[in-house]
Ligand binder design. Sequence first.
Ligand code: ZN
Length: 201
Amino acid sequence: MKISNHMLVGLPEEKISYIASPNFSLEISPIYLIMHYTAGTTLSGAVSWFQNPDAQASAHIVIDRDGTIVQMVSFNRRAWHAGKSKWGSLESMNNYSIGIELVNAGKLRRNPAGQWVNWAKTVIPDDEVSVATHKAETGETGWHEYSNEQINMAIDVGVLLHNKYNFTDVLGHDDVSPGRKVDPGPLFPIDSFRSVILGRA
Ligand SMILES: [Zn+2]
């Protein structure tokens, strides 16, 4: 896997493909990496949403639970992943960042039958759920766990991207849009992830 002309390029066995999103705009020089979850359970669902002009949303890449990657926007173009956002003196973080979406159902609640479900009422098996408290919230609830394959792939891509773009920092969507967004949530190991990405260059 390498980056060529602001695109990920991999060997066939690396399961990297490109499916264009129409939801992008002007050229950027990214200096932040921002992590997200899709709030869904399938790669195809996330990709078709980002292909839809009505969504007004996109990400540079989406990583499935088995490590499969779909790139949707060139890394030097503005993808629409962070929305209203702020970090330090910067606003509209889409102007300064690469966005990675991880396929993950996100924040969960118990349905009347006692099953864990996300906002779309998709049932998540108990063995993929951990109870945790978000750093911006007080009560604990269920969250969909990330898979090791997915985290490891995100690390590999993040290191490649940092070597190319020399990030100032690695952030969660919940860092730049606090109160509005809770992804990637408490089960994403943002501190160790940041250390590995920024430290391994
Ligand atoms: Zn997000």
